[in-house]
Structures are given as C-alpha cells and as structure tokens.
Design a protein around this ligand. Structure first.
Ligand code: HMG
Ligand code: MG
Length: 301
C-alpha cells in the first residue's frame, strides 16, 4: 500500500459548522493558511447554504476570496442549490461540492427535501458548473447508517453515488455521517459502490463517533480507495446528525499513513500548531488521539 493517498482537509467547513462558538472570518482564514503551511493542499473552506441553517458558515465568500491566491491549492465549498451556486461563483469558487443523502430522513432534515428532489436541484447546478469550467464533487451522507431512518441499505448508497457520478461529479465522497460503520461494512460498501463509480474516484468521509474511523479507512485502503476526508484535530459534526462527533482527525490519518510508509507531505508539527490554535479559539482540546498524545508529550518535556 505504499502508493499515494490524497487527503481532503474538511476542518474549516465540516469541523467548524457545528461549533457553538462563532469563528470569525479572519480566524478561519488564519486556520486555512496554517493548514496550507502544514502541507495540506485540498481544503474545504466553507458552505454557501442558508445562514439560518448554518450560521457558522456565514462569510464563506470572504473566506474564499482571502485564500484564493494560492495557485497550487484547491479550495472546496458546499453548494446545495442554484442560489448557493450563484454566491459561490461570485466569490470565485473553482470547486464546489453538492451533497445528497442515501437516506430520506437525513435528506429532509439537512436540506429540507427528498433525495430525488435534491438530485433535481443539483442538475442545473452541475450543468452550470460544467459550462463554467467548475469542478463538482458529490457527497453521499449516511452511507453506513442514518440518525433518523436507522439502517441504510448499500444499494441506496450505490444508487445515489451512481446518479452523482453520471451527472458529472469528478469524485464521490461517501459520508459515514454518524460514524457508526465498522470495517467489514465499510469494505463491503466500497466494493458495492465501486461497481458504479471507479474506486479511484471514491473518497472516504468517515466520522469517528464510535471510534471506528481509522479501522474503516484501513479496510478501505485495502480495497484500493485512495482519497480520505479528515478534519484537523478531529473537529466537527453535523447539526442535523444529533450526537455525531467530528471527522477522523487529520493527525490520526497522517500518523497512520506515514507509519504504513505512505508519504503524505504533511508536516505534523505545523498541523498540530494549526489544530491547537483553532482548539484554543473554540475553547476545547482536540479530540484527535495523535494531537492529544503529542500535546501530552510536549507538556511532559
Ligand atoms: P429551504 O428552507 O427549503 O430553502 O432550505 P428555500 O429555498 O425555501 O429558502 C429558504 C430561505 O433560505 C430563503 O431565505 C432563501 O433565500 C434562503 P428567506 O426568504 O427565508 O430569508 N436560501 C439560501 N440562503 C443562502 N444560501 C443558499 C440558500 N438557499 C436558500 N444556498 C436549504 C433548503 C438547502 C437552503 C437549507 O436546508 C440549507 O441551507 N441546508 C444546508 C444544511 C447544511 O449545510 N448542512 C451541513 C452540511 S451537510 C454535512 O455536513 C454532511 C457532509 O459532511 C457529509 C457527511 O458527513 O456525511 C457533507
Ligand atoms: Mg461530514
């Protein structure tokens, strides 16, 4: 497994969208700059969604404009509909992410429509993005369980993933939104979806609520998946997924990959510094195990 893995850092969006403390535009920009300095080159920086739904992401246009001068980096923003697309375009977005769900209950709670309706909303967004030369990533949430509907059948994930891929998404990110998956299920799911979307174009977006994320990622790596979404410090959660905690911590992912001989290009000291700064701002220590261990070891010196 000593080939390349692509990390998509989602801390500034997925990480901060659920925080009670509002993190200012300036602090979000500083966080993103610190992540870039640590060697992360693909970062989800904001969301063009309803400010009533996610007030934490207000100012995403300013964030995007402030960081967009990095020529070698790729910045992603969430877009749920054409209104969001207009705003993202106006702010200079070059990569957007549309987000669907494999389960009806989460779709309704998160974006106030059925799965089929959400796809209809995405169609004009993707068509306009393609005409404008904008890359579109597709998310499927609740791939291993739903906070409202419970069990989610792999076929439901396959169906939505295939629709997003056929629409023209360049990559489909499979979200274990509530972190309930276990390695065998994650492996079987990836195998099933890879029948419709090439494995190389699947991302693993695993929340760590039940402490399974690294094990699930390892199973996915064994299957050939090579894109991992993670959040610095293990920040995050989704306001519409009650009880769900953050994404797998980027420090934990980097530590595991480097330990397996997979070069990530991420400078752990700098990443930890970025995590500690944002953690101090939101007033709680990082939940990432590696960040906690490194901080404890630094205190002991
Ligand atoms: P709605 O209420 O059905 O929309 O919300 P609407 O079209 O009826 O509009 C209602 C109001 O929202 C109107 O304003 C619109 O202008 C405004 P008002 O007249 O009341 O003042 N509006 C917007 N404002 C800004 N940007 C927009 C926009 N669209 C409408 N794009 C909607 C539908 C989708 C807008 C709403 O439910 C929403 O914004 N949801 C976003 C929820 C969200 O961001 N969730 C978190 C991200 S998903 C996630 O975390 C999972 C993921 O990480 C993967 C995983 O872990 O599985 C991606
Ligand atoms: Mg997520």
């Amino acid at each position: 497994m000593s080939d390349q893995v692509h990390i998509v850092e989602v801390g500034p969006r997925d990480g901060l969208q659920n925080e009670k403390t509002f993190v200012s535009v300036e602090a979000r920009v500083a966080f993103i700059e610190a992540l870039l300095a640590a060697g992360l080159d693909t970062i989800e920086v904001g969301a063009f969604v309803s400010p009533k739904a996610i007030p934490q992401m207000v100012g995403s246009d300013q964030v995007l404009r402030a960081v967009d001068h990095h020529p070698d980096a790729e910045f992603h923003v969430l877009v749920p509909n054409e209104k969001g697309y207009d705003a993202a375009r106006a702010a200079g977005a070059r990569v957007i992410a549309v987000f669907a769900s494999a389960s009806e209950g989460f779709s309704r709670a998160n974006i106030n429509c059925s799965v089929a309706e959400s796809i209809e909303r995405f169609k004009p967004v993707v068509a306009r993005a393609q005409a404008d030369g904008i890359k579109v990533r597709g998310y499927v949430s609740c791939v291993l369980g739903c906070p409202y509907d419970g069990e989610v059948k792999p076929q439901a994930v396959v169906d939505v993933s295939k629709v997003l891929w056929d629409l023209g998404c360049y990559e489909v990110s499979l979200g274990d939104t509530i972190g309930v998956g276990t390695p065998t299920k994650a492996r079987q799911l990836l195998r099933a979806v890879a029948g419709s979307v090439p494995m190389a174009k699947l991302a693993m977006h695993f929340h760590d609520t039940y402490g399974q994320a690294l094990a699930n990622l390892y199973a996915g790596l064994e299957e050939g998946a090579r894109v991992i979404d993670s959040a610095a410090g293990g920040l995050g959660g989704c306001p519409y997924a009650p009880g769900a905690t953050g994404n797998v911590g980027t420090e934990d992912v980097v530590y595991m990959l480097e330990g397996m001989g997979i070069v990530t290009g991420v400078d752990m000291d700098r990443l930890l510094a970025a995590t500690n700064t944002i953690s101090a701002l939101i007033g709680r220590p990082p939940v990432s195990r590696v960040a906690s261990a490194l901080n404890a070891s630094a205190r002991a010196k």
